[in-house]
Design a protein around this ligand. Sequence first.
Ligand SMILES: Nc1ncnc2c1ncn2[C@@H]1O[C@H](COP(=O)(O)OP(=O)(O)OP(=O)(O)O)[C@@H](O)[C@H]1O
Ligand SMILES: [Mg+2]
Length: 329
Amino acid sequence: MTEVNVSIENVILGLDSVSKRFVVRKGWIKNRFNAIHDISFALQKNKPEILAIVGESGSGKSTIAKILLELETPTTGRVIHDGRYQTKKSRRERKNRLLFRSDVQPIFQDPFGTFNPLKPIDGYLRETAASFRVGEPTDEVMDSALHKVGLSLSEIQGRYPGELSGGQLQRISIARALIVQPSVLVADEPHSMVDASLTVSIVNLFKSLKETMGISVVYITHNLATAQYISDNIIVLHRGETVECGPIEDVLTQPRHPYTQDLIASIPKPDPSQKWDDKVVDDQMEETEYTMKGCKYANRCSKVMERCRRQDPDKRTVDRVQVKCFLYD
Ligand SMILES: Nc1ncnc2c1ncn2[C@@H]1O[C@H](COP(=O)(O)OP(=O)(O)OP(=O)(O)O)[C@@H](O)[C@H]1O
Ligand SMILES: [Mg+2]
């Protein structure tokens, strides 16, 4: 579900019109820009889903992940968790935030960076579980979490991160998240450091965690092929804004926004796992697009109209999809 149009009590994790403004200094000049703007979506309780968030480099994907994980606070808008709006103020809320962190678990990009190279893996797993106040996990709990990712405690006991492969480490970091029994995983490009065959096994794992354990996943990726394979819904981000969102099969088989169309067209066909070509976007273009008036894709859009440069389009509903483009008036 990609809009907050269900009642808040039914939401396990969501964003309600969230924007994040950063200040960037260039010499004496301070520039403010919205890294993300007016982002809304809601994952529902008892209705596990995989929500893909895609967009080229610098589109605000990690900013969304950090806000969901409470590593950043929104400038405007609110995070919804477990049926309630999260606020920063009261002590009680802060206590809930601790609980929140165990219910919404991160899976990071770099499995090698996740672990302390000087500590045996099983010790690290025990420590992180204990830090979420679930107590020291028993061997059974550890073994069961490891089995869910295709490993076992006996396989990893006493071993150091350097002795394991990237794919194994990424599975262990998913097991670490599972020990504290989360409702949602927030996975920010979880397979960007592993090869193509491991990519498939990691995304298959997300699919099976959803199906067997009812865990929802916010799956942030550059890889449209794997997004299509495992996700239920998709948000396409451009310069911090949702340009198109809805059920994944609708968006990827009949993309409406020219940006989504260009993303799909730029995947080289013989190797569907390939990233689209990011190199056409340089820093100058990023800055121009983030700060320009009207539609931020106007300079690159093949279907640009005169009004696109003057006015910022609202989202329109076309069948089951929402698209932020004047073409659908
Ligand atoms: N702490 C910060 N201060 C200033 N600008 C930031 C900060 N964090 C991110 N940004 C900027 O916000 C924009 C979005 O960044 P973000 O990391 O969310 O993009 P992304 O989609 O995750 O990119 P990538 O695919 O390269 O990981 C970028 O222009 C980035 O430079
Ligand atoms: Mg990122």
